[in-house]
Design a protein. Structure first.
Length: 329
């Protein structure tokens, strides 16, 4: 059994389900990842997958380490292996001058010990199908299509709308999320031949699931709403998870009937502070003293003005206070 096969077996046991998209999606993820594993007597006990992404930050594409599949067999939990692997990953990424690391925590308190801070919220809508915004008929055309046909136009639209802190999607990201991990439906909105928006969606029984909706102008938004609302007769409710700054309720006829919840989501941390400051100098009337218990290389004082002391997690939250994460797959 290869180490990749052993890790897949551990992941299925630890999370008591198959990876989303099955075995092929897990192996696809590893194409852009580093596996960190712990063994005892030749037996795999723990694993973490560190996936290499780029994110948009203040208009620049910078490296980000995405942490996932943190898993141990139950008989080995509590032996410190996961903590050892997390430290190893952060040290390795520091040497590579990785600027950020993101993760979806199973425990906020556990990851805060490694310098991560709760940064991202998500907003979740459950809307009666009849209450979804109706939109308007426009001169734009709608083309339902498959992933391979749509990919170039999806990439074009997404690149114009990518938010501060969100993933920069290359060939791997598009393929992994929307061909391997999930196989949803796609619709693209065109002004003649120019794509002005897209819609990625799926069905689950009587629930209509909106995975992603990006429009570049009001015409495209009205076209998208009209296309989505046309499904109302076939579904009971629409479900949509979005960045926390989206205000779909402003376009709804009866927003009071919708179930709208704000949820704590992902955590982040700066990995290499020196590399971060070289690229993004902090213009604040403060003298920062940063404390990083995992990466003491980040312990430093910089700036002028009022003296403040922050952990690396607190400083991460400070510089990412306006960051909105788009991806909720």
């Amino acid at each position: 059994m290869t180490i990749e096969e052993a890790c897949l077996k551990l992941a299925k046991y630890a999370f008591h389900k198959n990876p989303t998209g099955g075995d092929r999606a897990f192996y696809k993820l590893l194409e852009q990842s580093t596996l960190h594993t712990h063994t005892e007597n030749g037996e795999l006990t723990s694993m973490i997958v560190d996936t290499h992404f780029q994110v948009n930050f203040q208009g620049q594409s910078v490296p980000m380490a995405g942490i996932g599949y943190v898993a141990s067999y139950p008989e080995f939990r509590g032996n410190g292996a996961a903590s050892q692997l997390m430290t190893e990953i952060l040290q390795e990424n520091y040497q590579k001058e990785t600027l950020f690391s993101y993760l979806a925590p199973f425990s906020y308190s556990f990851y805060s010990k490694f310098g991560y801070s709760y940064v991202f919220n998500q907003k979740h809508y459950e809307i009666d199908a009849a209450d979804f915004p109706l939109g308007e008929k426009t001169h734009l055309t709608v083309k339902r299509t498959d992933f391979m046909t749509a990919q170039e136009d999806l990439t074009y639209v997404h690149a114009q709308a990518v938010g501060n802190g969100s993933l920069v999607r290359g060939e791997f990201e598009w393929s992994y999320y929307f061909d391997y991990k999930k196989q949803p439906h796609f619709a693209v909105f065109y002004d003649q031949a120019e794509p002005r928006g897209y819609f990625i969606y799926a069905f689950n029984g009587m629930t209509f699931i909106i995975h992603e909706l990006i429009t570049l102008d009001v015409q495209a938004k009205n076209t998208a709403y009209r296309f989505i609302a046309s499904h109302a007769g076939a579904f009971d409710k629409f479900v949509y998870t979005v960045p926390s700054n989206v205000t779909l309720e402003q376009d709804m006829r009866e927003p009071s009937r919708a179930q709208i919840s704000l949820r704590a989501d992902m955590m982040a941390r700066i990995v290499n502070l020196e590399a971060y400051l070289k690229q993004f100098p902090v213009n604040a009337d403060k003298q920062f003293t940063i404390i990083d218990e995992i990466l003491p290389e980040n312990n430093m004082t910089f700036g002028t003005g009022q003296a403040v002391t922050m952990t690396i997690g607190e400083f991460t939250k400070f510089v990412m206070k306006d960051v909105i994460l788009r991806e909720y797959f």
